[in-house]
Ligand binder design. Structure first.
Ligand code: NAD
Length: 428
């Protein structure tokens, strides 16, 4: 018999944040886990949480302290894997949820990793390049106790990029006294990075989107696509959908929403964002709407690719679309999930839709270990196959069990994790 435990003392039951969303998702999958459900409490508590103080000297000579985390949610199937986020709203609850979603995601696409995530509560836009480098290096040194090529492998997430990964790798290499390229993924190509990694998450979103469109009878050619977030994930997905003949009719970033019902010129929008720093003022837009109006725009495919908890019980009733592809992690609350499912919207969940990034991170790690690098065509072909196979496996479970794609993904993934848990047994 398992004992249901109370929440750990470090969580506030009234403000569970994203971790509360994740716990509800686990409750939904539990009835489908059969005898493995005796292990389900394993999924409701992270294996290891490290909180670190990250002090740096600012350029003006003052000392600033930042709150940093690395959470290893589950390592039954392999070393920890998950990104590092620099954002002013990072909380422990958020990093815990993101680490748990990595456990599910890695098992869903069957790459041999557990789930982990890290973050620093900082707005990196307020830091100079030198300050950002010092912050990254000190954070890496603080978490170096628990990361490593066979222990836990960080990667980029919101506001972190290949330069940040290069600094992390270098800091770790200095501490360890050896090169250790495999300690992080999402590195620059010149440092053991993989071709295709930068585009991998957006590409994966496109690949599962194409599969979902077939199931829903939506033609990609001419499909109206609305995207929240025009960064690594949303920006690449926009390009791939536009290249396939879809019309990207709306894009929102942190400054607002640009709309063109005839289809935005995505290449020009990329140039504009590179120059100006946001979609605001894009000359190719018919209209510039405020943040909230975005959710009322009618589309065939909607891609949240910014932050979590964006689609809520407030805006879900206004959403008119056929397919939602969750590029972001945790963009839809469970209440919104139910509202949209009732409206017959097909939601491809984050733990499947955005798994392309970690899949090519896995390829990068494998290439680093063997010091043998693959061509971009090989990488894209392997990525496409893994994403298609994962989508189809999830689709079959969803049909068999008459559940949503999210619950089906959780059934597949949690079964893999808990089977590993069971066969390994409890230590000691
Ligand atoms: N980069 C990856 O490989 C990867 C992999 C899996 C999941 N994700 C998830 O995808 C999401 C986006 O990640 P990214 O790497 O593209 O980040 P990014 O920093 O490159 O881009 C984020 C985008 O979101 C926009 N944004 C920020 N706050 C917003 C707000 N309040 N409203 C509207 N737009 C806002 C920004 O303007 C930017 O366009 C995150 O949830 C991340 O966890 C990323």
């Amino acid at each position: 018999m398992t004992t249901a435990h109370a929440l750990p003392s470090y969580l506030n039951p009234d403000e569970l944040g994203p971790w509360g969303v994740y716990l509800q998702q686990i409750d939904r999958v539990t009835p489908h886990l059969g005898s493995l459900s005796r292990w389900v409490e394993t999924l409701k508590r992270p294996k290891r949480i490290l909180t670190v103080d990250v002090p740096i000297e600012r350029d003006d000579g003052s000392i600033a302290h930042y709150e940093g985390y690395r959470v290893q949610h589950n390592m039954s199937r392999g070393p920890g894997k998950g990104g590092v986020r620099f954002h002013q709203d990072v909380t422990l609850s958020e990093v815990m949820a993101l680490s748990a979603w990595m456990t599910v995601k890695n098992a869903a696409v069957n790459v041999p990793y557990g789930g982990a995530k890290g973050g620093i509560r900082v707005d990196p836009k307020t830091l100079s390049r030198g300050e950002l480098q010092r912050l990254t290096r000190r954070y890496t040194s603080e978490i170096s106790l628990i990361i490593g090529p066979n222990k836990d492998i960080p990667a980029p997430d919101v506001n972190t990029n290949e330069q940040v990964m290069a600094w992390m790798m270098d800091s770790y290499a200095m501490i360890e006294g050896n090169l250790s390229t495999g300690v992080v993924t999402g590195k620059p190509i010149s440092l053991g990075g993989s071709l295709g990694r930068r585009e991998a998450t957006g590409r994966g979103v496109f690949v599962v989107g194409r599969e979902a469109a077939v199931k829903r009878g939506v033609a990609i050619e001419g499909a109206r696509v609305a995207i929240q977030g025009f960064g690594n994930v949303g920006g690449v997905a926009a390009t791939m959908f536009a290249d396939a003949g879809a019309k990207v009719i709306a894009v929102q970033d942190h400054t607002g929403t640009v709309v063109n019902q005839g289809g935005l010129d995505v290449a020009r929008l990329h140039h504009h964002v590179a120059e100006v720093g946001s979609v605001s003022g894009f000359p190719g837009a018919e209209a510039f709407l405020d943040r909230d109006a975005f959710w009322g725009i009618e589309s065939d495919i909607l891609i949240p690719a910014a932050l979590e908890q964006q689609i809520t019980a407030d805006n879900a009733p206004r959403i008119r679309t056929k397919i939602i592809l969750e590029g972001a992690n945790g963009p839809t609350t469970p209440e919104a999930d139910d509202i949209l499912t009732d409206k017959d919207v097909l939601i491809v969940p984050d733990v499947l839709a955005n798994a392309g990034g970690v899949t090519v991170s896995y390829f990068e790690w494998v290439q680093d270990f063997s010091s043998f690098f693959w061509s971009e065509d090989e990488i894209n072909a392997r990525l496409t196959r893994i994403m298609q196979d994962a989508f189809n496996a999830v689709w079959t479970v969803a049909q068999d069990k008459k559940v949503t794609l999210r619950t089906a993904t959780f059934i597949l993934a949690c079964t893999r994790v808990l089977q590993a848990r069971e066969v390994r047994g409890l230590y000691p």
